[in-house]
Design a protein around this ligand. Structure first.
Ligand code: DAT
Ligand code: MG
Length: 170
């Protein structure tokens, strides 16, 4: 009985720890870079309390972007999407924290900026769906795939922010 309770508490604790370590893939798109929005976008994730795990500044190839957007290969906008995404440098990042995938999507706002709420990144910083400044993973599974596509394991930095105890209650 006592052992069962201890195990139950331990399992709840490790579940909470696992979701606190959830990771998402966020990328400032070429229009976000060209328009000088990189700092503003990073600031939103930093001030929310999420932890930066990896980041780079890179100009991606059409071939790589076709892999990133493989799920959308059949859509009519796919060729234009790949061309736009490879038209300039981007800032791919990995952010970590409790429910970061879902919360990240909320922070981005709806795919089409005309439907994105004010206060969200897309709601405040762009106008058209084909120039919507930022990408964010839509599930934990796609986050994992996208992180592996854009980063080597050694580029994911293990560190403990000094403020962590002031962001999470336990
Ligand atoms: P999201 O980026 O919100 O995950 P998605 O995965 O459905 O949206 O599409 C990927 C990107 O493709 C999106 O950010 C912008 C572009 N896109 C989506 N729908 C589009 C459309 N109807 N016309 C033009 N571009 C579109
Ligand atoms: Mg998507």
């Amino acid at each position: 009985m006592v052992i069962c309770s201890v195990l139950a508490i331990f399992s709840l604790f490790s579940k909470a720890m696992a979701s606190a370590r959830e990771r998402t893939f966020i990328m400032v798109k070429p229009d976000g870079v060209q328009r000088g929005l990189v700092g503003k976008i990073i600031k939103k994730f930093e001030s929310k309390g999420f932890k930066l795990v990896a980041m780079k500044f890179t100009w991606s190839s059409e071939e790589h972007l076709k892999k990133h957007y493989a799920d959308l290969a059949g859509r009519p906008f796919f060729p234009g999407l790949v061309k736009y995404m490879s038209s300039g440098p981007v800032v791919p990042m990995v952010w970590e924290g409790l429910n970061v995938v879902k919360t990240g999507r909320v922070m981005l706002g709806a795919t089409d900026p005309k439907d994105s709420a004010p206060g969200t990144i897309r709601g405040d910083m762009c106008i058209q769906v084909g120039r919507n400044v930022i990408h964010g993973s839509d599930s934990v599974e796609s986050a994992q795939k996208e992180i592996n596509l854009w980063f080597d394991q050694k580029e994911l930095i293990a560190w403990q922010p000094a403020v962590e105890a002031w962001v999470y209650e336990d």
